[in-house]
Design a binder for this molecule. Sequence first.
Ligand code: ASP
Ligand code: MG
Length: 406
Amino acid sequence: MARIVQKFGGTSVGSVERIKAVAQKVKATVDAGHEVAVVVSAMSGTTNQLVSWAKECGTFHDAREYDAVVASGEQVTVGLLAIALQDIGVDARSWLGWQIPIHTDDAHGSARIESIDTTILSERLSMGQVAVVAGFQGIGPDNRITTLGRGGSDTSAVALAAALQADRCDIFTDVDGVYTCDPRMVPKATKLDNITFEEMLEMASGGAKVLQTRSVAMAMRHGVKLQVLSSFEDSPGTMVIEEKSDMEKNLVSGIAFSLDEAKVTLVAIEDSPGIAAKIFGDLADAHINVDMIVQTAASEPGKTDITFSVPETDLERTRQVLEEVRKVITCADMITSSHVCKISVVGVAMRSQPGIAKTMFETLAEKGINIEVISTSEIKISVLIASEYKELAVRSLHTAFHLDAS
Ligand code: ASP
Ligand code: MG
């Protein structure tokens, strides 16, 4: 007997028919003798609709009221799934974030989970009752409903699995696992049986949409056994695991891409201590996440150019912050573009094998693709390129690193 957390995403609970199918899957796990806590998302499309209603009612809406609105989608699905389970003879109860409670900080709209009280939940599970828990939501220190940011129910599931000391956390979704690249972009992409936590983290933060980045970081921190699998097929998915020293690894495990990037260049700024600290300090204070940064020598002596990337959604605010910065430092020009995309190749084997950068840059050069910004970590190389080349770049790299399905 094991204790298992199962998470079902929006498509998996997208209609009454599908909710009934999920109930059958849960029942099968219960019948096998396991204790089950289920975390669900809102029906697919619901959260988008709720977000746009909130925006229509007020552009600069209060984040606490935004949370009150957007958390409601999950209230519907937990109730419906509990009913569907009871209807087929499974003892089940729905739980909203505040009822457990799942305590978060007060960052409404992108709150972080601080603690989960599992006393009652644990008791119910050991009595054989299925707990159906609303993903994406918690309760803040101000006693109001919070949400964890888009895609947050993955994080809810992992946090619950950690708190309940579950044996496994299964993320059921509309794809049957983690692929070497998004199969919609690269038809020859193949499913991975295993991926390490670190690789998954780089893939998620590089733009792969399978799991919310925070959920992977949390699973890694707490050693939660994580599996991504299809809710529509009965096949094994991808296990997210610790790195083992004897792992047979491709040079590159996967390629991620993100289209939601923007590039900013500050031209001919003064080259002296404290300038970068001022620029990036002010951006950080405005909660803008800067990703890739390069500094190059400008044509004038004593001057330098800095280019960096930010999420496309933050470009307007970035410009505002930098207009202010330009009042106190010399800077000849600011050039921005949102027609860029980020491509990342990821693999733990990079640590021990040289030549990945060479292959990556040569492949792009052969296709005549210009690299605008580069950044690296121990297990990842990312480049920023013009967005019109995204397919060509991703597919060529997929082939160059021998990831294509035969
Ligand atoms: N329903 C929320 C969203 O669409 C949370 C989730 O699905 O993970 O972002
Ligand atoms: Mg999701």
